[in-house]
Design a protein around this ligand. Structure first.
Ligand SMILES: Cc1ncc(COP(=O)(O)O)c(C=O)c1O
Length: 369
């Protein structure tokens, strides 16, 4: 067992044992996850085979209905799904360039798979901490095959454009001959800020990827939605990537459970995140971004080193069964750390006063300088 895994298990065990949780959700045990899957398995139908039939087909049908697209292909991961979407854009347009934000997932977290495996080249669309504007895309001085928009842009604080900005940037990309792909790993919780339905948002793009294991709480997995032609192409390339697995019903059932139980709750979490963010912003030296949050997730900064904040959080959890916020990282400003806050089911039980009191209790655990 690596040290990193052992530390993760220690953190998750502490979180699981907490009576009060501000950020995130208590992780389920394997036995609890099996119970969720059993509850979703409603009849004695056979499983899926090679991504056809069974729970995989049902999941693809549900996602196509929600996103209003002609077809959907289930994928084992978003990393794989998006590579296929970008490749399709390159083949259709004859341009191997992809308009990507320097802090987008394919640039930051996928070991340059789009370039190494896909032979594609990234063109930076903007350095600003948000998706590009129509003006920025129009000003790009090389032709782009696919413009990828990450909704919300996670690594700057789960930031969304407004609906009008989104429509304008899509139009600008198309005017330049590009296709538009949405990285909608967290599209599910973006409808409130954008003020439009999932189908209206996906309807703007040529392809959309959604994830089943982030806000929906599934095991893993993704879907690529779009036209029937795109999805036929996606199935062929999924096979080439080794992504057409013999059976995937556990992952598909967990995703269906997320769509059934968690999707309807997300709008409530988004609304409550505003209350939580305001309460946290009142802590000494704290900053939140964006303010108010665009989804149920946002960034929090505190004027303390990350190690001290992580130690305080774990000690509070292990000794008092209270989880504040984990995952602190130092920033380029010495002595200032940042963390992502996720306002989900457990935080829904906490009002503004309780959040502020919890924050004070957490800060009292920090060593005095
Ligand atoms: C915005 C975004 N895009 C894509 C991915 C890739 O998803 P996967 O882990 O399923 O490959 C992630 C995963 O964290 C993500 O946050």
């Amino acid at each position: 067992m690596t040290d990193a895994y052992a530390q993760r298990v220690r953190r998750l065990t502490a979180l699981r044992g907490c009576d009060t949780v501000l950020s995130g959700v208590r992780p389920d045990s394997v036995a609890e996850q099996l119970a969720t899957l059993s509850a979703m398995a409603t009849d004695d139908a056979l499983p899926d085979y090679y991504a056809e039939g069974g729970a995989v087909a049902e999941l693809e049908r549900r996602v196509a209905e929600l996103l209003g697209t002609e077809a959907v292909a289930f994928f084992p991961s978003g990393t794989m799904a998006q590579q296929v979407a970008m490749r399709y854009g390159a083949e259709l347009t004859g341009r191997t360039t992809v308009g990507l934000h320097p802090l987008s997932h394919p640039v930051l977290h996928e070991r340059d798979a789009y370039a190494v495996l896909g032979g594609l080249r990234a063109i930076s669309t903007t350095d600003a901490p948000r998706n590009p504007t129509a003006e920025e895309v129009a000003a790009v001085d090389e032709p782009i095959g696919t413009l990828l928009l990450e909704l919300p842009l996670r690594d700057v604080g789960f930031v969304l454009p407004s609906w009008d900005e989104l429509v304008a940037v899509v139009d600008a990309a198309r005017a330049g001959g590009a296709r538009v792909h949405l990285d909608g790993a967290r599209l599910w919780e973006s409808t409130t800020h954008l003020g439009h339905s999932l189908a209206e948002i996906a309807g703007l793009a040529d392809s959309t990827y959604v994830s089943f294991y982030k806000s929906l709480g599934g095991h893993s997995g993704a879907a690529l939605a779009g036209s029937a032609e795109l999805v036929a192409y996606a199935r062929a390339w999924r096979h080439r990537h080794g992504g057409t697995l013999f059976q995937q019903w556990p992952v598909a059932l967990a995703a269906l459970a997320g769509l059934t139980h968690e999707l309807p709750r997300l709008a409530g979490y988004v609304a409550h995140a505003r209350t939580v963010a305001t309460a946290l912003a009142g802590l000494p030296g704290a900053r939140v971004f964006p303010a108010p949050p665009h989804t149920h997730q946002f960034r929090l900064w505190l004027p303390h080193p990350a190690d001290a904040l992580n130690d305080a959080n774990l000690a509070l959890a292990e000794q008092e069964k209270v989880w504040f916020v984990g995952g602190w990282r130092d920033t380029e400003v010495p002595g200032v750390a940042t963390a992502e806050v996720t306002v989900a089911g457990p935080a829904a039980e906490l009002d503004a006063g309780q959040v502020a009191a919890l924050g004070e209790r957490f800060l009292r655990r920090l060593p005095v300088d």
